[in-house]
Design a protein around this ligand. Structure first.
Ligand code: ATP
Length: 278
């Protein structure tokens, strides 16, 4: 099924469709092949990890899912709707939110304001209507605040709500970023190396919050992560990329026993939960 003009097409009844599907994705930068014929299906409600050595194509894959990169080949289907390319400006409306490898909070704004701002991607009133305080804008602002306060409580951020985000400990900032991603009520959450730069304690804490949020909000989660311990513990299924190709796809125990995966990692010493080579 192709949609060369970028318009969306329904390929199958949404109820039976994967939450996310990548079909034969090919992406190159000049002569560098970042993704080479990658297929991936993510079932609704699944926690799906994408792993692979440095340069394997993991970030490129997330950026294709978010419409940041336009693949030269293939398409993405979101809940059975084909997109080629994915419309970045409609991600929130498509029920998708993401976090970034490097923190992308408004450092001078409070944690609460950062989380409230995450909701604005899905509000309908214009900036002018918000300034003028028109009724719809007021209602949306109140709903955003209510949702943000619910997330503050859920992520145990009460003590930090009024503090500028930039002054918070790193692990807490990552929690604020997670809460902000959930402010618009997404169905699909893309996490790009959420544990990078964290201590083992912070990693365990964030992993518990990801698991709890997955359950509470009925999320489908796509996780890129270098910490194999976290990946094995959190994921339902794991896809492994190497040199832009998918070389394995299975449950954590299937992946741990896969010779192609072991070979791909030989010499690159994946990290364990304490950030040490294994
Ligand atoms: N914007 C870009 N311009 C040129 N080449 C790029 C660009 N983005 C990625 N690449 C190349 O595409 C390949 C895949 O990179 P990508 O960042 O997707 O890998 P990765 O698995 O996320 O790596 P890492 O684990 O180091 O973040 C690499 O060879 C990289 O150099």
């Amino acid at each position: 099924m192709r949609a060369e003009d970028g318009r969306t097409k329904s390929v199958e009844p949404a109820a039976h469709a994967p939450a996310l599907e990548l079909v034969n994705i090919g992406l190159s930068f000049g002569g560098v092949v970042a993704l080479d014929g990658v297929d991936l299906k993510v079932a609704p409600g699944e926690i799906r990890a994408i792993i692979g050595p440095n340069g394997a194509g993991k970030s490129s894959l997330i950026n294709v899912l978010c419409g940041v990169y336009r693949p030269q080949r293939g398409h993405v289907a979101i809940g059975g709707q084909v997109h080629r390319p994915v419309p970045t400006q409609k991600l929130a409306a498509l029920g998708i939110a993401r976090t970034f490898q490097n923190l992308a909070l408004f450092k001078g704004l409070s944690a609460l304001d950062n989380i409230t701002a995450g909701r604005s991607y899905s509000t309908r009133s214009s900036f002018l209507a918000q300034i003028a305080g028109l009724p719809q804008a007021r209602r949306e602002r109140a709903a955003a605040l209510e949702r943000a306060q619910e997330l503050i409580a859920f992520f145990h951020l009460d003590a930090y709500a009024d503090r500028p985000a930039g002054t918070l400990p790193y692990g807490v900032q990552k929690r604020v970023e997670l809460a902000r991603a959930l402010a618009a009520g997404p169905r699909i959450l893309l996490l790009d190396e959420p544990m990078a730069g964290m201590t083992a304690t912070e990693k365990n804490e964030l992993a518990s919050f990801v698991r709890a949020a997955h359950r509470r909000f009925g999320l489908t989660v796509v996780l890129i992560e270098h910490d194999i311990g976290v990946v094995m513990e959190l994921s339902d299924r794991i896809a492994v990329l190497d040199y832009g190709r998918k070389i394995a796809d299975g449950t954590p125990s299937e992946i741990a026993a896969d010779q192609k995966v072991i070979d791909a990692y030989l010499g690159v010493a994946p990290e364990n939960q304490d950030g040490e080579g294994i």
